[in-house]
Design a protein around this ligand. Structure first.
Ligand code: A3P
Length: 289
């Protein structure tokens, strides 16, 4: 929908992502203070970016240096590793960013340098039920690209993995398999929605920060972020207007768009791809089903 994608090491990306991932593997050396926020598109990336920068901003402990994070637009303070820092037209210089550096990426773990989990840097992965992830992606296709394909065709593509960073199931699996490593935190959108305070505390503890949990939760609430995004000038590097990252922000919207039979299809793929790993859709707390 948004241009040609090619398959590389089992995942579908536009060619510039592949070139950038090679540059990242060759030239990016994670610092122990680096924080990498990884996600599949539409699973809560913007929210996690906002939460992390807000936690650091309101931290009274080790990360006292947060001047570079004192901006409420998460897309400005948390650059996209493969495009803004290592893409062909990179707009930011990684060596000029103050520490702690916070990056975001949609690359699968296998595309990142092995040192991201061994150099002392921290990695947070957020994921979301595939049905709601697809529905969020579908709205982006419609609202941004004005796609004319039907939801059924788009759903078939999602199931086949023919979406940016797809297949979704393989993407989640790579980070799930790494979840027990030191310095890796695996979160779900559903759990964050249900227990925001508990999860903000979890993220803060993981980052070694003491923070004002209530302040962070409020600052990063869907309503607050949606409202402030409307006043923002400019666009995200992908051409998406900032306010388009905030649509509904709920769990279970799939019920308004997908049939039970489509849900069954997702369950079958999850069984097929995840059964050996111990991962299943109950990781989303059954909230979405
Ligand atoms: P919906 O389209 O289901 O509303 P990403 O940031 O990875 O592109 O994900 C976008 C999804 O996260 C959208 O989902 C968006 O509304 C939701 N979202 C963004 N900010 C949020 C927030 N602060 N709280 C809850 N959901 C949020």
């Amino acid at each position: 929908v948004d241009g040609q994608r090619i398959r590389h090491k089992g995942f579908w990306f536009r060619p510039e992502f592949i070139t950038a991932s090679e540059a990242i593997r060759a030239h990016y050396t994670p610092l122990p203070s680096d924080i990498i926020l990884a996600s599949f598109p539409k699973t809560g990336t913007t929210w996690l970016k906002a939460l992390t920068s807000s936690i650091l901003r309101h931290s009274s402990t080790i990360h006292d240096n947060h001047d570079h994070l004192d901006n409420l637009n998460p897309h400005e303070v948390v650059p996209f590793l493969e495009i803004e820092l290592f893409g062909e037209n990179a707009s930011k210089d990684i060596t000029k960013i103050s520490c702690p550096r916070v990056f975001n990426t949609h690359l699968p773990l296998s595309f990142l340098p092995d040192t991201v989990t061994t150099s002392g840097s921290k990695l947070i992965y957020i994921t979301r039920h595939p049905a709601d992830t697809f529905v969020s992606l579908w709205h982006l296709y419609k609202n941004k690209f004005g796609t004319e394909i039907t939801i059924r065709q788009a759903f078939d593509d999602f199931c086949k993995g023919l979406v940016p960073a797809g297949p979704y199931f393989d993407h989640v699996l790579e980070f799930w398999d790494a979840r027990d490593r030191d310095r890796v935190l695996f979160l779900t959108y559903e759990d964050l929605k249900e227990k925001p305070e508990e999860n903000v505390k979890r993220i803060a503890d993981f980052l070694g920060c003491k923070t004002t949990v209530e302040k962070v939760v409020k600052e990063c609430s869907f309503e607050n972020m949606k409202n402030t995004s409307k006043e923002r000038e400019g666009v995200h590097w992908s051409g998406t207007k900032y306010d388009m990252f905030f649509r509904k922000g709920v769990v279970g919207d799939w019920k308004n768009h997908l049939t039970q039979e489509m849900m069954k299809e997702l369950e079958n793929i999850a069984d097929l791809k995840w059964s050996e790993s111990g991962l299943d859709l109950s990781v989303f707390n059954n909230n979405a089903s």
